[in-house]
Design a binder for this molecule. Structure first.
Ligand code: NAD
Length: 490
């Protein structure tokens, strides 16, 4: 079947594909089932990929198993693997434009966002390459009892299944892939169903960098393919980013199998605005910190907690800032808010907005299907008079919706911030660094920013409570791909 393609001028190399990357080659899928790839800005089907069946999963895991058990990769020194990581970084950067366009077309993330995807991925590979010395350093410890020596080895775990969501289809694979490879593991990647194409440029970069066949394998498919991968007898570790509901299912399977698992899950983070906060400065970072990627970012602080005495001022600033940001075609370089990434998410966001109206929140701006004839556009919504019990204050919406709640005392603000079942991000806005730090320390989450939010490749990133298990980034993120072994000797 062919489709009229309104964006044919983009000339993207990957559209309707029939292959997967297994054992160092693009091979035709065994499965004949396929999934369409939809441009959320136009609702146009512009691509399709095969849905892996059991034989495809077996082939990919088998290739990774052989590469781990008998191939050169785990036997290279960490420094040699780091050389490959540096070459991969260069090769990814060489593909920045086409990767950005494919990513934008898959999930509607504005080019303002995806233009940096390749540079960010490259910087993650380069950061993990710097940890080769840490892996290589001889670690000998003296027993406090007995006085003997113990050589502590940091071995790779084996075959890792890397499963990603659709909101940042490159970054959320690469933060798993780079440490897994540096440690000497082999991997099978499964991107999310709506975003299976941009990841192919990472595979191209890996091929071009000379990584041996079987070390990195790519399958496409839906939840069933992911489930087969998680359960496969030859998988030794699972690393997952996605929803809390799916994370729970994967944790249950891995618990039964006693298989190590890292889970980066959903969030519902708060921006605590202290009474002395500089609202002009907050306005400058508001979109990036609270509504990045059209609200489809796990750690953003979509709940703004404003002091009662400045509530109206905060609502006015937030509404004016959000309403002034351009919403529209994600390929327009000035667009800040693109469409919601897919139909399911679009319906979910509208459903949450309806619940807000029914439960008594006040819509200050946006919150309606945008005035367009096609595409999953919703104008970014600011909801005021929200209370902690409302559905929109408790559940992850994952779309362009900000809620603003009032508090009377700092203790109450902290209590509201910690009252959800999530614990991923958070921000404290204040002119006083000490006061901000004191509040940041009381927020029960894996990361908190002061007057902005940005993760750091060298520091752990992860969630508490229903936001996940384990961390990514930093030397701690590398540890998630290591199996420790102590060799005692006299
Ligand atoms: P999702 O959980 O629906 O899917 C994620 C991935 O899991 C997809 O590849 C999907 O095909 C696969 N999958 C689904 N069911 C599976 C199963 N039973 N076994 C194995 N794999 C399965 O998530 P999504 O809708 O793609 O992404 C949005 C969610 O991701 C949000 O909740 C968001 O907060 C979360 N997220 C978290 C982080 C973080 O670092 N904590 C980062 C980004 C996104």
């Amino acid at each position: 079947m062919t489709y009229a393609d309104p964006r044919a001028e983009l000339n993207l190399p990957y559209t309707h594909v029939t292959d997967m990357f297994i054992d160092g080659q693009w091979v035709p899928a065994h499965s004949h089932n396929r999934t369409d790839v939809v441009d959320p800005a136009t609702e146009q089907v512009w691509g399709s990929v095969p849905d892996a069946d059991g034989e495809d999963v077996d082939a990919a895991v088998g290739a990774a198993r052989n590469a781990f058990d008998a191939g050169p990769w785990p036997r290279l020194t960490p420094a040699q693997r780091a050389e490959h990581l540096l070459r991969i970084a260069d090769e990814i950067e060489a593909r920045a434009d086409v990767l950005s366009a494919t990513n934008t077309r898959e999930n509607g993330s504005p080019v303002m966002e995806t233009a940096g995807a390749a540079a960010n991925a490259a910087s993650i590979f380069r950061f993990f390459a710097t940890l080769a010395d840490y892996l290589q350093a001889e670690d000998v410890r003296i027993a406090p009892v007995g006085g003997h020596q113990t050589l502590v080895r940091r071995d790779p775990i084996g075959v890792c299944a890397l499963i990603a969501p659709w909101n940042f289809p490159i970054n959320l694979v690469v933060i798993k892939l780079a440490p897994a490879l540096l440690a000497g593991n082999t991997v099978v990647i499964k991107p999310a169903t709506p975003t299976p194409l941009s990841i192919r440029f990472i595979i191209e970069a890996i091929e071009a960098a000379g990584v041996p066949g079987g070390v990195v394998n790519l399958i496409t498919g839906d939840a069933a393919a992911g489930d087969m991968l998680v359960r496969h007898r030859d998988v030794d570790k699972v690393a997952f980013t996605g929803s809390t509901a799916v994370g729970r299912k994967i944790a249950a399977v891995c618990g039964e199998l006693l298989r190590p698992v890292t889970l980066e899950l959903g969030g519902k983070s708060s921006a605590v605005v202290l009474p002395d906060a500089d609202l002009d400065a907050m306005s400058q970072v508001l979109v990036r910190s609270c509504l990045r990627n059209t609200g489809q970012t796990c750690y953003i602080s979509t709940r703004i907690l404003a002091p009662a005495q400045r509530y109206d001022e905060v609502v006015e600033m937030v509404a004016a800032t959000i309403a002034a940001a351009k919403c529209g075609d994600p390929f327009d370089p000035d667009t800040v808010f693109g469409p919601v990434a897919n139909k399911m998410q679009y319906d979910k966001v509208l459903h949450y907005l309806e619940s807000a109206w029914n439960e008594g929140a006040r819509l200050v701006t946006g919150g309606r299907p945008a005035d367009v004839t096609r595409g999953y556009f919703i104008t970014p919504a600011v909801l005021a008079d929200v209370t902690p019990e409302m559905t929109v204050a408790r559940e992850e919406i994952f779309g362009p919706v900000i809620t603003i709640l009032a508090y009377e005392t700092i203790d109450e603000a902290v209590e509201i911030a910690n009252s959800t079942r999530f614990g991923l991000g958070g921000i404290v806005f204040s002119a006083d660094p000490d006061a901000a730090l004191a509040v940041a320390q009381r927020i029960d989450s894996g990361s908190v920013g002061i007057n902005f939010f940005a993760s750091n490749h060298s520091a752990p990133f992860g969630g508490r409570k229903d936001s996940g298990l384990g961390v990514e980034y930093g030397v701690e993120g590398l540890s998630a791909y290591l199996s420790y072994k102590s060799i005692h000797r006299r």
